[in-house]
Write a protein that binds this ligand. Structure first.
Ligand code: M6R
Length: 363
């Protein structure tokens, strides 16, 4: 079953190119044109979106927010599901609730769906599990095609959730006419090539993970930093590492460092910087520079030829260059491998971390 891999987590990380490819198949044609008519929800009249999800799925929701707001100019709130149900959320029948859940059985997410239905929202479920409870509570379903995910730490389900959120953003942009068609198609074509880019990333970083994990030998904690779309990547990287290695980790927007967390920084608190592209790359660089000046050992996820990132960091985990919005689909991959490697180096059971269950069916 493990097909030569030592654990499910590693196997599932390596299955990501195929998982994303299956998820995009039939939804994106060779020219970048999109077809999401299967969603079963009329997207034309939607005025706001509330994404509800837990854990890793919540991070996929945050990435979806960036994509939908940027491409389709529709306001999106993203809620941790357990907060949503008690928050007296605002919405009506022109609200689309998007519930993301690998298992489709997470009690908190199901309860948030019920809350949204209570004020008349349409519900779209993004799930990896056909026939799961959430599919019965929703008006429409978009399945991710990750295949069974066994490891408690979610990896391939996450990337397929992000891929579906991007498809949804493109579809909303098309329906709402918020982007020139050529731009939409170009993004669609880039998205279609993502499976190859994920494979390229796996190949690029493989040889560097030992060195990166070495920085955690006597680490007491770790900070993951990013800005813009790289911020949810940092959050997900921190969640992954904490859940499998038990090292306290925090994901932070890099610009917030000086407002508190920089106090944590010393040589036993490795800083992982997700550089991203565009204007925010430079801002991130200078935020990370401040941590390096205070003794932090830095790992960066950056373009192969990013000389500034290389200068700042002890280890550079290279990722292919992509349009800024799509970068998270590759930048997340080295962070999954980092979590895996650090936990393995500590002799831990990566597939079944202590205190955790694969699906959380209690409130
Ligand atoms: O099955 P779900 O996607 O609803 O599960 C949500 C979270 O419990 C899950 O993502 C959890 O955070 C993972 N252990 C993260 O790796």
């Amino acid at each position: 079953e493990l097909g030569g891999y030592e654990d499910y987590m590693l196997k599932e990380i390596h299955e990501q190119p195929a998982a994303v490819q299956r998820t995009l198949a039939g939804r994106l044609d060779a020219g970048g044109g999109i077809d999401l008519s299967e969603s079963g929800v009329d997207l034309a009249g939607i005025q706001r979106i509330a994404v509800v999800a837990c854990g890793t799925a919540y991070h996929a929701g945050l990435l979806g927010k960036y994509a939908i707001e940027r491409l389709a100019r529709l306001p999106v709130e993203v809620w941790v599901a357990s907060e949503y149900r008690y928050a007296h959320p605002i919405g009506d029948d022109r609200t689309l609730a998007v519930a993301i859940s690998q298992s489709g059985e997470t009690t908190d997410t199901l309860a948030a769906v019920e809350t949204a239905r209570g004020f008349g929202a349409k519900v779209l479920a993004i799930t990896n599990t056909q026939g799961s409870l959430i599919t019965r509570e929703s008006d429409g379903i978009l399945l991710t095609a990750a295949g069974p995910e066994i490891a408690v730490a979610s990896t391939k389900a996450f990337l397929t959730q992000v891929a579906v959120m991007y498809l949804l953003a493109l579809e909303l942009a098309r329906v709402r006419g918020t982007l020139p068609e050529e731009e939409l198609l170009a993004l669609g074509r880039e998205l279609r090539r993502i499976p190859e880019r994920i494979q390229e990333t796996l190949d690029l970083v493989q040889g560097r993970m030992g060195e990166a994990a070495g920085l955690y030998e006597d680490a007491r904690s770790s900070l993951f930093l990013g800005r813009g779309v790289s911020y949810p990547v940092a959050l997900e990287g921190a969640l992954k590492l904490k859940e499998v290695s038990y090292i306290p980790c925090e994901g932070y927007p890099a610009g917030e460092m000086k407002h508190g967390p920089i106090a944590l920084v010393d040589e036993r608190c490795p800083v992982v910087a997700v550089m991203g592209r565009g204007v925010l790359r430079e801002k991130t660089l200078s935020n990370v520079e401040e941590t390096a000046a205070r003794g932090a050992r830095v790992i960066s996820v950056a373009a192969r030829d990013d000389a500034d990132a290389a200068r700042l960091s002890e280890v550079l985990l290279p990722v292919p260059e992509l349009p800024e919005l799509l970068g998270p689909l590759v930048a997340s991959v080295p962070l999954q491998l980092l979590a895996y490697r650090v936990a393995r180096d500590r002799g831990l059971d990566v597939d079944k971390p202590r205190n955790l269950a694969k699906s959380v069916t209690v409130e």
